[in-house]
Design a protein around this ligand. Structure first.
Ligand code: SF4
Length: 507
């Protein structure tokens, strides 16, 4: 019989969540480094350089890898012979207490992203609780915990299907992945759950993402089981799609495929697929009654020394005096270094702007988008002498439904976000001769260093979703949709799918 102290469990959860907010798992870092070294598309290589530099900076500065510090997802396996020293809290309550403490830690506050009443008021709970907890009773006298902070952008791209027993799982994955766009911030992993029932497949898919990246070892030793054969098959087929880092086109879309399966009904083949993003964050620990878990602190030398070079073809732009005519000379794929002032706004701010404009009230006082850019971001709170906490882009696709209104009615020149825009939005951008610029999702701490001043301009009550004015210096972005409607998220993957096929044929 092992007695586990509640306090040890709560402390371990708190420590693990702080730990994973700034330390990428090293297996993921090594896998991205490998992908970076072999990448041939300069834009994708550049994105991976930013992800790796950001990762090292976060490890060094103990600040979040990404502004989206995730929804806490925790698998707790409790030995049947374990006893707790106190019985006044459930395991869910203990995980929530650890989460609350981790997310409100004054040295490294993490962004609270959880909203209650999800179908209605969607009110922020302020401390990122409740977490999602899966509990299993297992043989033994220890507790095993696998905990992750799952980004919303990648979670939003989860897919589930009930296939026919004779259907091909790899075929479904390869058909489905291109429909998921780049909002899951590749390069990452796909977790695939097969069997059981619909909900069991989804839990298996999520749990599979807790395993380390090891596909290279599997390739070397060869596949033996059905799952292993499927992993290799899907890994190759997905990377052959040419989607690439951040959906810009390239050789690596995924650094691993994870699969877990359980028996299922003879009439069913449930399959769930959940992607993990550039902010892959998870930790694994055991409690045996001897005290809280101690996670092994990685060494900074374990991170690759990647540098980001500003190429000769980069445009430097001062947003304070840029003209619509100048913006129209930018071409899809160009790298631009932005300086000057921009406004921010994401889902809640756009919805409120739309409501105010529809009612004839107009824009809030002090907000003028004429000839300006809007950055889709919800930053982490600043600490110490920081101007702003990690402040990477959020998925632009969610703002598609507001974009035509913003371009039509506000005089906006362009938008900055991550991932692709929908066809109607690309059309609207071309119609208004605007642009959509893309920053690298998962490079939030690096981006925040380009922000020199920040102030709230409107909607302060929305917290991280308020409208801020940022003053930036040399913030790197890529022209993702230019003023004629050329769209790198359409052209990049198509070009690289063809190039990968050529490279394969030449082998
Ligand atoms: S890397 Fe992308 S998907 Fe992942 S948490 Fe950050 S913004 Fe979200």
């Amino acid at each position: 019989m092992t007695v586990i102290r509640q306090q040890d469990f709560i402390d371990s959860i708190e420590d693990a969540l702080q730990f994973i907010s700034y330390y990428h798992p090293l297996d993921y870092v090594k896998a991205v480094e490998k992908a970076y070294l072999k990448e041939q598309n300069p834009a994708a290589k550049d994105a991976m350089a930013q992800i790796l530099i950001n990762s090292r900076m976060s490890a060094e500065g103990h600040r979040p890898i990404c502004q989206d510090t995730g929804i806490v997802t925790c698998f707790v396996k409790i030995g049947m012979a374990v006893q707790w020293d106190k019985h006044d809290m459930t395991v869910q309550q203990m995980v929530d207490e650890g989460t609350r403490r981790a997310y409100t830690n004054p040295d490294n506050p993490l962004r609270a992203s959880i909203v209650a009443d999800p179908a209605g008021a969607r009110k922020n709970t302020k401390d990122n609780t409740p977490s999602v907890v899966h509990i299993d009773m297992v043989p033994g006298d220890k507790i095993e915990v696998m905990i992750a902070a799952k980004g919303g952008g990648s979670e939003n791209k989860s897919k589930m299907v009930m296939l026919n027993p004779s259907d091909d799982i790899a075929e479904w994955v390869v058909k489905t992945l291109p429909t998921m766009g780049a909002g899951w911030c590749p390069p990452g992993m796909l977790g695939i759950g097969i069997g059981g029932t619909a909900e069991k497949a989804a839990v298996l898919a999520k749990e599979s993402l807790m395993d380390p990246v090891d596909i290279q070892e599997l390739m070397e030793r060869g596949a033996e089981t059905t799952e292993e054969k499927l992993r290799l098959d899907i890994f190759k087929k997905v990377n052959d799609l040419g989607i690439g880092a951040q959906g810009l086109g390239g050789l690596t879309t995924v650094v691993d495929i994870k699969i877990k399966s359980v028996p299922t009904h003879a009439a069913s083949k449930p399959v769930a697929m959940i992607p993990n993003c550039a902010a892959t964050r998870h930790a694994h620990f055991h409690l045996d009654g001897s005290g809280p878990a101690e996670l092994k602190v990685p060494k900074l030398e374990d991170w690759p020394q990647v540098t980001w070079e500003i190429g000769g073809n980069v445009r430097r732009v001062n947003m304070d005096d840029v003209t619509p005519e100048e913006v129209q000379t930018w071409k899809a794929g160009d790298t631009v270094l932005l300086s000057g002032k921009m406004l921010t706004g994401r889902d809640a701010a756009h919805k409120r702007i739309q409501t105010m404009m529809d009612s004839g009230e107009g824009l809030p006082e002090g907000v003028d988008f004429t000839n300006r850019f809007i950055y889709y971001v919800g930053p982490v709170d600043a600490v110490g002498d920081e101007v702003v906490g990690p402040a990477g882009p959020t998925t632009a696709t969610r703002m598609d439904k507001f974009t035509d209104l913003m371009l039509e009615k506000t005089g906006l020149l362009g938008m900055i976000g991550k991932a692709e825009r929908g066809p109607a939005t690309v059309e609207s951008i071309a119609k208004h001769k605007a642009v959509y610029l893309m920053a690298v999702g998962g490079a939030a701490y690096l981006v925040s260093k380009a922000i020199k001043k920040s102030r709230v301009v409107a909607f302060e009550d929305l917290g991280m979703e308020a409208i801020y004015e940022f003053e930036v210096e040399d913030m790197p972005v890529t022209v993702a949709v230019d003023s004629t409607g050329n769209n790198v998220h359409a052209t990049g993957p198509a070009i690289w799918k063809g190039k990968i096929a050529e490279l394969e044929a030449a082998k």
